[in-house]
Write a protein that binds this ligand. Sequence first.
Ligand code: PRP
Ligand code: 7HP
Length: 182
Amino acid sequence: MKIPGAIERVLLDERTIAARVSELAAQISADYADAENVVLIGVLKGSFIFLADLARRLTVAHHVDFIALSSYNRGVVSTGAVRLILDTRTSISGRHVLVVEDIVDTGCTLNYLLCTLRARRPASLCACVLLSKPERRQVEVPVDYLGFEIPDVWVVGYGLDYADRFRTLPYIGILRREVYEK
Ligand code: PRP
Ligand code: 7HP
């Protein structure tokens, strides 16, 4: 596999990610075994690959919907202002909602999303997040299912981007500082 020069090193390879996604899917499938009307809400754009892999490993019936939020524009510093770009297509009232997110950094995005969705009166509301950077947290947010804790580095691949690039790398890699500090 050719690793682009912009990547300092691979943090999580394909096998490691796939194994953890399978574990998360098994845990979620067990926890939701008796739940009817389950809906996964993927947070675009970053969660699209994680959601696709997770959803295909679930053994419980579920619907899939999406919401698009943005707070980073084209840089590596959160603006702190979360913008709703695209809302879900279906109502979530009375449904068991599982938010599927790629990363929690400052926590602003997930906090905004959970507050917004809670006001719509779902039967339950949980969050499944692939990556968390605990050192960066500004707002405490509950994460019910977590893939990996990672250090304070900028990561790309498996859906995650820098300025909309690198999303389709099959692994999660650390971006060289020179790429975003020049
Ligand atoms: C990224 C990421 C999360 C959010 C996490 O989204 O996908 O949604 O930042 O950061 P926070 O915890 O500091 O709020 P971004 O705004 O870059 O949009 P994108 O998913 O379209 O890349
Ligand atoms: C958002 C985000 N997007 C991509 N890579 C990271 O390391 C990130 N932190 N917060």
